[in-house]
Every structure is written in C-alpha cells, then in structure tokens.
Design a protein around this ligand. Structure first.
Ligand code: ASP
Ligand code: MG
Length: 396
C-alpha cells in the first residue's frame, strides 16, 4: 500500500477474489512508512506523549488507507465500503498502544457482506469500553485480520506481506534460507516471538485458538506462500523447522543473591511493576546459601531494569551486578524436538565448533535458545541453518 499504483494493484486483487465468488473482507495497514513518520512527528512535540493521544494519531494511518483502497475498488465498478475499527465494533482492553482485542461485533460486517459489499477495515485499531481509540501494537493489523476471520468463522485468512512467506531463517542472513510450505501454529508462535517478524505474535495465538488457517504470501506476486495450520505428527517431517534470532536483548546478572524464599518474587515483581518484560530467567545451583540469578529483557528496558535492581540490592543481598546489551538470542524451533533427544546437544556442538560461547541457555518443548555475543549472531544463524540441513526439505 506504499503508493497509488500499489493501491490500485491491491484493488484489482481484491476485486478478483470477489469475482471468484468469495465474500471478502480486507484489513489494511498504513501506507509505507506512515506509522513511523507519525511517531517521528510526535517526538518533535514531546518525549513523553500521553498514550491515549498516541493512539489517536497512530490510528489515522490506517484510516487513510481504507478510504483510498475503497475508492480504488469503486473505480473498478465493484461495490465496496470502508470501516474504521470503531465502526466495525472492535472492542479492546484499555492498554493504550498495546491493546488486546476483547470482542468483535459481526453485525455490521455481516450486513455489508450480505449487501454485496467488499468491506475494507482499518487494521491495528479498536476502541475501549469508553469508546476511546486504541491500537494493538506495531504490526497489529495481522491481529485485526485474524480476529475478524475468527469472529466470522472464515475459511481462511490470507496475510499479504513483502516476503514470499515464512522462511527457515532470515533470508537476509542466510542465502539458502528456504520458504516453508507449511508450519504449525505452535512453531509459528515460537518463531514470531523469537524475532522472526513476518507475523504479529498475537495474530498467531488467535489463529491457533480459533483454528483459522493462515496463508502468509507476497503482495507482489501470486505464488503460494506458507500455510500456518494445525499439523499432526504424521505430517511433521523436520525435527528443526527454523532458526530465529533477536538482537533486541540485554542481559543482567546478579551474583551471590540470598538463597531463601521470596527473593525471586521480590525481584521479578518489582520488574513487572515497572512494566519491564523479562524473557529468560536462569538461577544457578546454590552454594553457601547464595546463588546467582540472571535474566534478559529488551535493550530499551535495560536502564530501567538496572535501576530497579540497584534499589533492591540490600534486600536481596546481591554482591555484584553485571549487565550487557551487546548480546543476542539465537533459537532453533521445531515441533519434532519433543520426541527427538539430543537436538539441543547438536546445537551446542555446532556453536562450539565456531568458538561461540553460550552465556545463557533456555529450552521449551519445541525450542532451544542461547544467549551469545551480538556480533556472533549472524555466524550462529548460518551455522545452525547448515547443521540442521534447513536448506533442503529432507528428514533430518
Ligand atoms: N501500521 C501499524 C504499524 O506500522 C500496523 C501494521 O503495520 O500492522 O505497526
Ligand atoms: Mg505488518
């Protein structure tokens, strides 16, 4: 949706989908860099924008898009109407700039569809119970689309993006990265949360919850993209499906913390009260009634987190604090990992072979993540992609 020509192309595609006999709802995002530009504009006025007003301004980008796309569709002689989040009845909670959708009223959508209209809906926005505009967090249009698909029990939700689908890893880092034809919800959720930015993580959560199949595909061509759906174990061919990395990671280490009940509670409650999102947490083995605790957060939260930690030192007894914001998280994801022992060891072997030190490790049923030096992240991703044969679609 970057310019008029692209909007006309989208309009034709939408009209084609309707000509094939589908009822069509289109959720659009803002044009090009509009949302970033609006954020810059705000920064020229204040360093401390009220979040309510932030949502008022950020939601305007999508309003421009829906009107232009509706006009372009109309030019093709196809009946169409544009609707904002509020007009649809997308109700969210009250957390401005990061709201979650609570309810979608389908009455207006149904009425417009039944009347023969293509419906163009502004993504990324809703209203709270006071009728104030809210937004869903960057990339949130994906979530609007899935929420509407779920509310209407649609057969399919297509997500159009600027890449051909979901890749085994970031194609900018690994030339041989391969587009996946199919990926399960749980794998996609891990990939989205671990730094693969194709889809808004909440959209994957919703799709999984309501069983809406997603087709992630390019808006520049008609190629098949990646289907995200429930995949049963018979269909799973790969132990490791993808390699993700995240550079927005900072690490804090606390040494010689008192080993007694309530210490971790105090620490992480205080961080949560400051709205600091903690990711990995590692507590070491106890020695002399002391142990070490380390955790990660986003780089932007590091300063705030350190201030919280410093304030707690007397209470939690830590003898030392270290921090590092030049780290990265590299992860392997694959639903087959649950039933295949030794996958983590293969990962560690490959990284060791490159002389990459593992500063922290965490695992879940379908992923293993390591914190390493940030400047080794790309090498680690390339190494792991090779180790698990991801360039080839074979059983590894
Ligand atoms: N326009 C919003 C953003 O840039 C929402 C989206 O793109 O999905 O984050
Ligand atoms: Mg997006």
């Amino acid at each position: 949706m970057a310019d008029a020509e692209r909007i006309r192309r989208v309009a034709r595609r939408v009209a084609d989908a309707r000509a094939e006999g589908n009822g069509v709802i289109v959720v659009v995002s803002a044009m090009g860099d509009t949302t970033d530009d609006l954020i810059h504009l705000v920064k020229e006025i204040t360093d401390n924008p009220p979040e309510r007003e932030m949502d008022v301004i950020l939601s305007t980008g999508e309003q421009v898009s829906i009107a232009l796309l509706a006009m372009a569709v109309k030019e093709l002689g196809v009946p169409v109407i544009s609707l904002t989040g509020a007009q649809v009845g997308i109700v969210t909670d009250n957390v401005h700039t990061k709201a979650r959708i609570l309810n979608v009223d389908t009455a207006r959508l149904r009425k417009e569809l039944d009347g023969g209209n293509i419906v163009i809906v502004a993504g990324f926005q809703g209203v709270n119970d006071c009728n104030d505009i809210t937004t869903l967090g960057r990339g949130g249009s994906d979530t609007t689309a899935v929420a509407l698909a779920a509310a209407l029990k649609a057969d399919l939700c297509e997500i159009y993006t600027d890449v051909d689908g979901v890749y085994t890893t970031d194609p900018r880092v690994v030339d041989e990265a391969r587009k996946l034809d199919m990926v399960s919800y749980d794998e996609m959720l891990e990939l989205a949360n671990l730094g693969a930015v194709v889809l808004h993580p909440r959209s994957v959560e919703l799709a999984m919850q309501y069983g809406i199949p997603l087709h992630v595909r390019s808006s520049f061509n008609y190629n098949l993209g990646t289907i995200v759906k429930e995949v049963d174990s018979m269909e799973r061919s790969l132990v490791v499906t993808g390699v993700a990395y995240d550079l927005d990671v900072a690490k804090i280490g606390l040494y010689d913390v008192f080993d007694k009940p309530g210490i971790a509670y105090k620490l992480f409650k205080s961080l949560a009260d400051e709205k600091i999102n903690v990711d990995m947490i590692i507590q070491s083995a106890t020695r002399d009634e002391r142990n070490d605790i380390s955790f990660t957060c986003s780089r932007g939260d590091l300063k705030k987190a350190l201030a919280v930690v410093q304030g707690l030192l007397p209470e939690i007894g830590a003898n030392g604090v270290t921090s590092n914001d030049s780290v990265a998280k590299v992860s392997i994801v694959g639903a087959g990992m649950v039933s295949n022992p030794g996958v983590a060891a293969l990962m560690f072997e490959a990284l060791a072979g490159e002389g990459i030190n593992l500063e922290m490790i965490s695992t879940s049923e379908i992923k293993t993540s390591c914190i390493i030096k940030a400047d080794q992240a790309e090498k680690a991703v390339r190494t792991l992609h090779k180790k698990f044969n991801l360039a080839k679609n074979i059983i590894s």
